[in-house]
Ligand binder design. Sequence first.
Ligand code: SF4
Length: 213
Amino acid sequence: MKVVEIIGRTIQGEGKYIGLPMAIVRLYGCDLNCTWCDTKYERNQDFEEMSVNEIVKNLKLRNVMVTGGEPVIQDEFTMLLGILEGRGHRVHVETNGMRLKKEWASRFNDVVWAISPKLRSSGNKINYKKRYEVFTEFLNCSLREAFLKFVITEEVEKDIDEAIKIVDWFGSFWNQVYFQPVDNNEFIYREMIKYGPDGVRYLFQLHKIMGMQ
Ligand code: SF4
């Protein structure tokens, strides 16, 4: 697999499990190109080819985040999940939700799916309707272990309106929805609170505040 970095011990910096001790496997490559992407792992990054077994032996914590980039685009993604689960890890997957497959929801029913659907303000030229259908179908199979994280830009009202439409697409799910201001922007954070729906939670990226990876 193409690996950008493995972090043996850190904390989860965002989303539902923020603050949880976490090992991180950051994979190379992404199928999108968000204007505000803070990782840019989708291009111009060094990576190392590693086997799934080499990756797994570097992990010291039970909770493991598989992230990127977009991790699901790598050929051995499902093999990695299977081996991690087989070794007793609690696996978390951070994905943009574009290529989720319905069968993964039941095949990996202990995986925590952290889905971050990209809004139009991300600048991607994609078929948004089709994208919503893909992860809506997936979420309907795995509500227990999935949550949505939306990155909100300076276009706060527009972004929140779009996020509301997405969540309403498959029914109320607001206790599993997180809004995060782009670049930990405090002005956006305050604006989100004015416009956000009841039940949503507003988070910063803790690892950035702490200066951690
Ligand atoms: S989906 Fe994530 S990794 Fe890919 S370009 Fe967007 S923010 Fe960056």
